[in-house]
Design a protein around this ligand. Structure first.
Ligand code: PHE
Length: 356
């Protein structure tokens, strides 16, 4: 085979090589130890000097040409591979954004967060306590000794008796956290306690598990005026009304003295309740000055410290604010209900940005 034919064949194959592996195989078959060009190099030794000089130069030229062609082809293949990768990994930044997430925030979570925002702005921090309480924190320390009639009103879930005869309970209100906080923190105390509570009761306005928000202030000089002002401010912010009418109605709780239930004015239009206008009243919470016995059970001196407390049903005020009719639906996890009454995810309530 003439050198020209060999050159033409090799260069044709190099041009046709479709990947780097094929190219490497070609390099070995031409320039490798036993390659076609290398073999011809070996035959130079048996040639006459003149002939060898000529043939050697021609072979060297061919060798360089082939090596150059392979290198060129190699970089062309690498460039093509890069182009292909860039094309396949291309992101079209002009595409429209994905549609809104399907999930919604449950009204309980929304209202919980709204309330934390409002009281946080008034200088209150969030405290927590266990769902499973002992008798002391849930009742006795709150001025409800054993056999106290108020215990009957709570429809308590009791656990089995322990060897010592005591029984744990599912907390019937968030008030035990008053005691826990007084025992663990130094006044001045300003806390709210959002959390789950449990009573053995179920109808359109009661579920065995529900949510309360407790509030507690303990200080040396705080008084009933502060309670009235703070609760009025809370109602303005929460119900988003400028001039609600508030009624502080004498009532009774064992752990406060005096005790007041708080009503807010409202109107009923077409079966829908509107808060902050009209001449009807709606009860929204219980409150009062902390009973000296409770302060004493909290490890503080009632001669030095006094305070006020309130407790409200979180689910109940969520129903009032957002016009949700049936409490039981809150906890049925019905997606249609959640889509209707739920709130947009990532739309966190703040006082500055709007609560609802
Ligand atoms: N713990 C009371 C209840 O569950 C509410 C309350 C709390 C009343 C604090 C007064 C003060 O009904």
């Amino acid at each position: 085979m003439s050198l020209e034919t060999l050159e033409r064949d090799i260069l044709k194959e190099v041009a046709a090589a479709h990947d780097e592996a094929a190219l490497e195989a070609l390099r070995v078959s031409a320039l490798g130890k036993k390659g076609s060009i290398s073999e011809r190099m070996k035959s130079l030794g048996s040639m006459a000097p003149d002939e060898r000089k000529q043939a050697g130069a021609a072979l060297n030229l061919l060798k360089d040409k082939v090596a150059g062609a392979i290198a060129e082809r190699k970089s062309a293949l690498q460039e093509a591979a890069l182009e292909q990768r860039l094309a396949s990994e291309k992101v079209d930044v002009t595409l429209p954004v994905r549609s809104q997430p399907q999930g919604t925030i449950h009204p309980v979570s929304q209202v919980w967060e709204e309330i934390v925002q409002i009281w946080g702005d008034l200088g209150f921090s969030v405290a927590e306590g266990p769902h499973i309480e002992d008798d002391f924190h849930n009742f006795t320390a709150l001025n409800m000794p054993p056999e106290h009639p108020a215990r009957q009103e709570h429809d308590t879930f009791y656990f089995n008796e322990k060897p010592d005869g005591s029984r744990m309970v599912l907390r019937t209100h968030t008030s035990p956290v008053q005691i826990r906080t007084m025992l663990s923190e130094k006044p001045p105390i300003r806390i709210i306690v959002p959390g789950r509570t449990f009573r053995c009761d179920s109808d359109q306005t009661h579920t065995p598990m529900f949510h309360q928000i407790e509030g507690l202030v303990i200080d040396e000089n705080t008084h009933l005026g502060h309670l009235k002002w703070a609760l009025t401010e809370f109602c303005k912010a929460f119900f988003e009304v400028d001039e609600p009418k508030m009624r502080f109605r004498a009532s009774h709780f064992p752990f406060t003295e005096p005790s007041m239930e708080v009503d807010i004015n409202c109107s009923w239009e077409g079966g829908q309740v509107k808060i902050g206008t009209g001449d009807s009243w709606l009860e929204i919470l219980g409150s009062g000055m902390v009973h000296p016995n409770v302060i004493r059970h909290g490890g503080l001196d009632p001669e030095k410290y006094q305070g006020w407390a309130f407790g409200m049903g979180l689910d109940r005020i969520a129903m009032l604010k957002y016009g949700i009719p049936d409490l039981r639906a809150f906890f049925e996890a019905d997606l249609r209900w959640l889509k209707h009454y739920g709130f947009r995810a990532l739309q966190v309530p703040t006082l500055a940005g709007g609560l609802s």
